[in-house]
Ligand binder design. Structure first.
Ligand SMILES: NC(=O)c1ccc[n+]([C@@H]2O[C@H](COP(=O)([O-])OP(=O)(O)OC[C@H]3O[C@@H](n4cnc5c(N)ncnc54)[C@H](O)[C@@H]3O)[C@@H](O)[C@H]2O)c1
Length: 362
């Protein structure tokens, strides 16, 4: 099997889908690795390291796409990559199709076997390939929020931790899953006042036990969301309904009640965002102001820390990539139910029900 690793081209992307160590593993399992030159440089891996691990390096992305049985990527193919997708090819990457109708059309048209990192399931129903990036995005959301709260960056000038004698900043986290819990951890670490809301009482109980009252946990209902968000200096959107478009949890009207210069970081933007006034931004232009509130919604936040993110992502993908190489794609999918849950498109159809429903194919 030939595994193709193209260089990521999304704005500001720094991750790579394969480390030299994973490359060595694939080669030892009988795979041939074709990697685009300098694909790993922004994550701190040189071409020489890949060569030493047994990879073949090529200059043009087109050569990687053309020769590969399996394309291994980080982000979804962008429109300039659509023509590079080969009829019937397999691709293993984040696809986020619920928020990408155009990509879905191409995958259907070209009968691509699209295996989505974000819907691969662990035995306990968790999403092991989403988890590390959510943890990173959750942790980053607080440092990003703190940065944009600074006066010179358009913020209200609130220091999250305050100082003795002043009120610390109020961080409100909507969603207490992987990204939300890590946002809470960082916000507590910075000395902020923290409120977290979720629909799942078990998640709230776990945080309540962990922080022993240091964090306020609230059921996510319109009344609680409205009153907490209106008082937030920093609002973090961290909800997920697996594979579906994110629900709108915070209305535009509520955002308009926030103090001027407050900041929103909507981590859930890759699934469409959970704040009504949000739209995607990029690493080049990460924020915009609406209702006097700073909005940040970069869909590939982990690219800010390419080294940590690449190591976190590939340590999670490695067992699945190894399975695909060792057994071949079809057999690996037949033998591993959790990996098979990653299949979003196959044979010209959307096969994942929540994605099909979100895109109106159901
Ligand atoms: N922007 C980025 O760079 C980036 C990076 C990683 C992950 N993400 C995204 O972040 C989002 C969250 O991922 P996660 O791994 O934390 O998900 P998760 O499943 O671990 O947690 C999501 C939480 O949202 C809760 N929830 C659902 N509906 C809710 C509602 N109406 N109100 C309050 N809570 C609600 C769920 O109960 C759950 O606890 C996903 O869309 C994911 O793709 C984005």
């Amino acid at each position: 099997m030939t595994i193709g690793v193209p260089k990521e081209i999304k704005i500001g992307e720094t991750r790579v889908s394969m480390t030299p160590s994973l490359c060595r593993r694939c080669v030892s399992l009988g795979g041939r690795v074709l990697i685009q030159k300098s694909a790993g440089v922004t994550a701190g891996f040189t071409d020489a390291e890949y060569r030493a691990a047994g990879a073949t390096l090529v200059s043009e992305a087109a050569r990687v796409w053309r020769a590969a049985d399996l394309i291994l990527k980080v982000k979804e193919p962008l429109s300039s990559e659509y023509e590079l997708l080969q009829e019937g090819q397999a691709i293993f990457t984040y696809l986020h199709l619920a928020a990408g109708p155009d990509l879905a059309k191409i995958l259907i048209k070209k009968r691509i076997l699209g295996i989505s990192y974000e819907t691969v399931e662990g035995r306990d129903g968790s999403f092991p390939l989403l988890k590390p990036m959510s943890q990173i995005a959750g942790r980053l959301s607080i440092q990003i929020g703190a940065y944009f709260l600074q006066s010179q960056h358009g913020g209200s000038g609130v220091l999250l931790g305050g100082i003795p004698g002043t009120m610390p900043g109020h961080v409100v986290v909507v969603g207490a899953g992987n990204s939300g819990a890590h946002a809470v951890q960082m916000a507590v670490g910075m000395g902020a006042r923290v409120t977290v809301l979720d629909l799942d009482t078990r998640k709230l109980e776990a945080l309540d036990t962990e922080y022993r009252g240091r964090v306020v946990t609230l059921m996510s209902n319109p009344a609680n969301v409205e009153s907490e968000v209106a008082d937030a200096d920093l609002l973090i959107g961290a909800v997920l309904i697996p594979a579906a478009k994110a629900p709108t949890v915070v209305s535009r009207k509520t955002v308009a009640r926030m103090r001027p210069g407050s900041v929103i970081v909507d981590i859930a933007i890759d699934q469409g965002g959970c704040i009504e006034s949000i739209r995607p931004t990029s690493h080049q232009h990460p924020v915009y102001a609406e209702h006097g509130v700073v909005h940040y919604a970069v869909p590939n936040m982990p690219a800010l820390v390419g080294r940590t993110s690449t190591l976190g992502l590939t340590q999670a993908t490695e067992p699945f990539v190894a399975m695909l190489v060792r057994r071949g794609v079809e057999r690996a999918l037949a033998e591993h139910e959790g990996l098979a849950m990653g299949v979003n498109t196959k044979g010209g159809r959307i096969t994942y029900p929540a994605v099909a429903a979100a895109l109106g194919y159901a």
